[in-house]
Design a protein around this ligand. Sequence first.
Ligand code: ADP
Length: 667
Amino acid sequence: MEKTPISVLLVEDNEGHAVLTKGALEQEGFKVDVCRTGRDGLDRVFRNDYHVHLIDVRLPDLPGVEVLRRINTIKPGSVSIIVSGHGDEAAAVEAMKLGAYDYLVKSPQMSHLAALPLIIREVLERRQLKDEREQLQTELWEHARLLEERNVELRRANEELKKLDQLKSDFVSMVSHELRTPMATIKEFAGIIVDEIAGPVTNEQREYLGVVKANVDRLSRIVNDLLDMTKIEAGRLMLNKVLVEPQAMVEHVLQSMRPLAEAKAITLEVSLPPAVPSVFADEDKITQILVNLISNAIKFTEKGGRIHLKVSEQPAEVEFSVADTGTGIAPQDLPKLFEKFQQIEGGSAEGGAKGTGLGLAISKRLVELHGGHIRAASELGKGSVFSFALPKHDPDEVFRECLRRGIEQAKRKQGCFSISVVAIPNFQQLKALYGPEETNRLLKQLELMIKEMVRRRQGDIVIRWQQGEMVVILAEVDQTGSKVIAERIKRLTMRHAFVLGGQTLTIPLVTTTATYPDEALTEDELIQITEGRLRQVECRKTRVLVVDDERKVRELLREALEHRGYEVLTSAGGPEALERLKRESVDLILLDLVMPVMDGYEFYHALKEDPRTKEVPVIIVTAKGDRKDRRIGLEPEPYNYIVKPFQLEDLLSKMHDVLFQHRAASL
Ligand code: ADP
């Protein structure tokens, strides 16, 4: 294909330069028009299109820069190169500012002509690239504009859909509500007829009325399911979460499902370990899910089959599963199970009432609203397992939620609301001594006991913390009432003998209370008050004074006891220790029996005579063979001692016993 030559307009008044330039360019295949004046040049530009204009800076009629300016007005975007002589560079720079593509300085020997074709080609290439870039930019803008238009359209459509969806929800909700009353009336009157209140009824009529009732019941279920579904989808379903104990709930569910299972001679088995923790959930909703799963299992299991309901504790969840020996579900149908209105073809419900295909969809959404998940596994002809898991409760979340609700309720009823925090002092030491398993068991036992003591009405809740604290939420209890309850908890636990690591112990508790609105008006205030009061009781470390003349023993005991969280003071002898006790109080004294200046007996005696120290409990450390027959003190009280050499654990356990008994006695 023949290429059109590049056309050049040369505006040059110097004839010699013009001829040479034209020749050099034509040799390279350019087509060149020459004119001598600026005006002539402008006239040609006006009439023709050139690829490039070569304009000399100095022309007889107009300055080259002016010619360039006018060309750009006549043909915006055209390509011009300014050609200047030596000393005219300033004009060339100005020309560049005015839109010249390049400039060229003439050399006296005309050697610039050799480079000229190259420069022209390069300038044209640049121009083409610029055009392409502009084109792309324009296209990009166009795309962005179209996209924005589409977006606006989509947003409009989305709004429209939302409105339609809302309309549908409102419609379903309205119709369902409107259906409820006539349905209740039909059922009521069918019942009246069956009961022969309106006159005798034949067996045949009774049978037909049975059909009426069964169908009204089914319609009720459909309406309820539809209402549930629309509420969930509209985000209007509020969970009323409380601490639910699986045992009680499952028993309740089984009670209502047993007759259905028995009618089909289906065995209903249950596995529910007693230690399964409570879940923070809406009891009605979880019951609804369990009823749905079990009634499905009964529906799709033949006579004589088995259903196994299992509740188990997983690391972070509590899992409920319902397994049956029924018809099973084909693998391709499993993924559809939890979608709305899914009734699997061929799934024959043996004698059961026809469902709505909404049960599992609702169950899934309810489980998810609780932060859990549900799944199904099945084998055709063998049976199915439906299981759902709820996250274990976080005591902090439960506590906050209960406080929030308690205050809200108290405000509404213009009543009051109290919390009582019950704590085991020095729980950490107890844990170090007996291990986490034993102390956990102790906490559970305490929790059950406290529950028994306070549970009087709905709304009273006991929450267990791992650090040895329990919070009792007391609905509608005032300040005096909460103090009485806290005292009762303390008194009753004191009477109980707990067994820990094979040892029988009494556990003295500390309690504090706070009441809305008497002492606090917000959740945070309630928490702050109880925490502050507890800390006053708990935060001080137990202080032990070690009295022993052997430095090594003192150091050893100091290290071991400090490691277990005690604060340790030491004295090398009786007199020094007595001096010290005048200034500092301690919770317990570990006393060596044999010491040079003042022996243990004397020291003990002095201690018991001083009213400031006579209550401080003492453990006497004796060696085998030390005489223990001397009376210690004046009262015939039994004294505590430990025989050297002893195991550290024995000493710690002895210290605990003594401290606990002492605290218990002073309560
Ligand atoms: P419906 O109210 O119709 O029972 P569900 O959502 O509870 O609706 O159940 C949907 C479908 O899932 C049922 O129609 C049935 O086909 C299947 N299905 C549910 N549970 C079982 C089960 N235990 N065994 C076999 N099929 C089941």
